[in-house]
Ligand binder design. Structure first.
Ligand SMILES: [Zn+2]
Length: 60
């Protein structure tokens, strides 16, 4: 069960429409903006560390 974001009445978890105020509910469970962003940041840090390590081990 979840709460309607319009009238705050308790409605079924899979409801696409509130049966109290008849508002259409947006299912935002598929939207996860943080996951991909974090992975990209991790890749960038790894690349940076790899570059630094190459500089440290370079001859001279
Ligand atoms: Zn409602």
């Amino acid at each position: 069960m979840k709460k309607c974001s319009y009238c705050f009445q308790v409605i079924p978890e899979d409801a696409t429409e509130c049966n109290h105020c008849k508002e259409t509910l947006i299912n935002d469970s598929s939207a996860k903006p943080g996951v991909l962003g974090n992975r990209e940041a991790d890749k960038e840090i790894i690349e940076e560390l790899e570059m630094m390590r190459r500089l440290l081990v370079s001859p001279q």
